[in-house]
Design a protein around this ligand. Sequence first.
Ligand code: NAD
Ligand code: FE2
Length: 401
Amino acid sequence: MRTTWTFHTASQLLFGRNAVDQLGEVAGRLGAKRLLIVTDTILAKAGPLDRVRGPLSQSGVRVEIFDGGEPEPSMRAAEASIAQARKFAPDAVLGLGGGSNMDLAKITATVLTHGGTPRDYVGDDKIPGPIMHLICVPTTAGTGSEVSAASVLTDEEKQLKVGILSNYLRPQVALVDPLLTVSCPPKVTADSGIDALTHAIEAFTAVDNADFPLPPGDRTVYQGRHPLGDCLAGKAIRLIGENLRRAVANGNDLDAREGMALGATLAGMAFSNVGVAAVHALEYPVGGATHCSHGAGNGLLLPFVMRFNLPARRAEFATIARILHEDVSGLDDEKAAERAVAAVEKLRLDIGIPQRLRDIGVKKEQLRPFAEKAFGIRRILRVNPRVVTVEDLEGILQAAF
Ligand SMILES: NC(=O)c1ccc[n+]([C@@H]2O[C@H](COP(=O)([O-])OP(=O)(O)OC[C@H]3O[C@@H](n4cnc5c(N)ncnc54)[C@H](O)[C@@H]3O)[C@@H](O)[C@H]2O)c1
Ligand SMILES: [Fe+2]
């Protein structure tokens, strides 16, 4: 049976070098007079905070800064941001940073609007209505949070990353200025860049929308593979394949930075409608326990999950090999698809992503519990093109060990 598919993104996307100069106008159009910037101390020192604050202050907006953001933000960081926001009483929130700070800004705007605590909103579609004005300004080329419907937090008690998913979390404005990513050190560039590639590949090879196994009455923002998602994910894979090595090797290569910024945002548009799958499901427990970055965990796991999914998506993986400029002439789809895995393995090695779970401190006895935790994350596992059992997940982790 064919179903209807939909597409959601940020209400407005502003993309380009020096786009931050337009922030005053952007805030004016939203009617924002008191704006809270959610960021961290690294971005306060590295330059992006000054670039963003300048045009806002010039336009007369009263700005306050929360700089308590942290990588893979904890519930505690979210509570701190919310507490400061309650005191300041902003009429708009701006997330400045990588996915971590943008996700903090999203949960801050949510709790300020609807009350409660961050934990109340964990899961699918728990936010009851629109949230206050939210502007997201990414400083990494990675997560796509500036257009996505997700906010990802770390639940320290459960040692697990948890996701809040709702179309109400999509910002009013995504302002993507590639120049803000120039100060990213190589490791952040590599980790966030391969996260974006993972988003694009998981969306491009997801279960078809027509076969999306959603139980009746179950609501989710993810809906399986559809034609618009394919366009965006395919273009994102090309841009990331052509630019990620260059951006890691030379952070001042502005064309590479711009290619990555566009690639990551397009990948965000794709995955935040189609869904992410087994790589992300497995990364949640791995990242929660080892504190490796989300991108490093995904990049490590990506080729192992691709190999597992090959039988279900040969033609699509063969296409990915071509998009990544692999020479597949004369090869059938099966052999060409394997070239996609090899290309990702080579890229991963070239940009310094860890190769094995043992390299990031995982112990063999953790593999089964990780597989069980990942198996519980149904909302993303059901996007995977091949049905997975706990044993399958354990097998993937063993291969990656
Ligand atoms: N909301 C979503 O849709 C979504 C999607 C994927 C991942 N995520 C989440 O996003 C987080 C990862 O985000 P990320 O990969 O963008 O990294 P990040 O936000 O965790 O940033 C990593 C580090 O790089 C620093 N940094 C960022 N930009 C910089 C710059 N321009 N110059 C200098 N330093 C800079 C930060 O201060 C931080 O210390 C994870 O928590 C992950 O789970 C969210
Ligand atoms: Fe991700």
